[in-house]
Design a protein around this ligand. Structure first.
Ligand SMILES: Nc1ncnc2c1ncn2[C@@H]1O[C@H](COP(=O)(O)OP(=O)(O)O)[C@@H](O)[C@H]1O
Ligand SMILES: CC(C)(COP(=O)(O)O)[C@@H](O)C(=O)NCCC(=O)O
Ligand SMILES: [K+]
Length: 291
């Protein structure tokens, strides 16, 4: 076991989805912290982390994560973390945190990735002084589209299948839809293009609908932030104004980490005096996070 030095303020942030584990090591638990190292592994390769990507990594003082992949995967991740002293903390959605109010009927039943991404989105808007309603789109294994009003109230959101699940569902439920991936076309004239365009337009249409719902409800034009491993695939086809933001979940994890560990980090002396939330420039670089 390795212990971080007493004045260490490093945070290992984890985002464990249904397809991939994304990780990022920061020099401090606060928005705007310096990214020291980061990576991604498919869930089937989790066992390689301790002896692979994390072998040379300095021991983090804190480990904070979001996980939606289930108890079995969580256990496998925790095994890889055993080489360090830091006990991982997994975010459980609360009724309220970091300026976001959780409108879910049962707040803890909301996916932690959805909750953390909304906290990241809220932090981003506040850092820019934008008091606007916000749509948060996450394109991963599944697709989620959340609606937040200008006061940070999560009004509700939708879940739909991601590209891969849509295609697999159609393939397994029909006899004649086993075809290669096609292109997105306004008027598809072959099966491949029809399937690829259908999935893309389903997601784009769902985003447009939630954006309309939120604009009608609030009477204001929403900001739309899109994130997730397959966000770049959707970017050319959204019909509402949006920003593609890599690592919204990491922005959210840093924001939560600031309230949980920020005081301890300031006493450690390594963090700058102004540890208050600053303009977030801490997102994962997209190119290297992808594989
Ligand atoms: N390099 C890539 N090329 C194409 N699609 C990718 C790539 N990386 C990720 N994806 C898509 O993104 C999804 C996984 O994204 P990710 O955000 O890691 O999902 P999750 O958080 O659910 O694990 C996959 O289902 C796949 O459709
Ligand atoms: C909707 C999700 C499956 C998305 O998972 P992902 O695509 O990020 O792997 C996940 O957030 C989840 O399991 N949510 C719990 C149910 C809910 O949010 O209502
Ligand atoms: K995710």
């Amino acid at each position: 076991m390795t212990a971080g030095a007493p004045d260490d303020t490093t945070l290992l942030a984890l985002d464990v989805g249904n397809t991939r584990l994304k990780w990022a090591l920061y020099d401090a638990p606060r928005p705007g912290a310096r990214l020291l190292a980061h990576g991604v592994q498919f869930l089937e390769n989790i066992e390689t982390l301790a002896e692979g990507d994390w072998r040379q990594l300095r021991a983090p003082r804190w480990v904070l994560g979001s996980i939606v992949a289930g108890a079995g995967v969580r256990h496998r991740v925790e095994e890889q973390l055993e080489q360090w002293d830091a006990q991982p903390q997994w975010v459980v959605p609360r009724a309220e945190e970091a300026g976001v109010v959780n409108g879910y009927d049962h707040p803890a039943r909301l996916g932690s990735d959805r909750w953390v991404a909304m906290i990241g989105a809220r932090q981003r808007l506040l850092a820019r002084g934008q008091h606007r309603p916000c749509i948060v789109v996450m394109v991963g294994t599944a697709v989620t589209v959340e609606a937040l009003d200008a006061d940070g109230r999560f009004l509700g959101g939708i879940i739909l299948p991601g590209h891969g699940i849509m295609l697999r569902a159609l393939e397994s439920g029909t006899a004649g839809l086993h075809v290669p991936t096609g292109d997105v076309r306004p008027f598809p004239t072959n099966t491949s293009d029809a399937l690829t365009s259908g999935g893309t337009f389903a997601i784009a249409g769902a985003v447009q609908r939630m954006w309309d719902n939120l604009r009608l409800h609030t009477g204001q034009v929403p900001v739309c932030l899109m994130t997730g491993g397959a966000g770049w695939k959707m970017a050319p086809y959204l019909t509402v104004p949006f920003e593609l933001v890599e690592g919204l979940i990491f922005d959210g994890l840093l924001t939560i980490a600031a309230s949980r560990f920020g005081a301890a980090a300031r006493f450690s002396g390594a963090a700058p005096a102004s540890a208050a939330p600053a303009a977030p420039r801490s997102s994962l670089p997209s190119e290297s996070a992808r594989r």
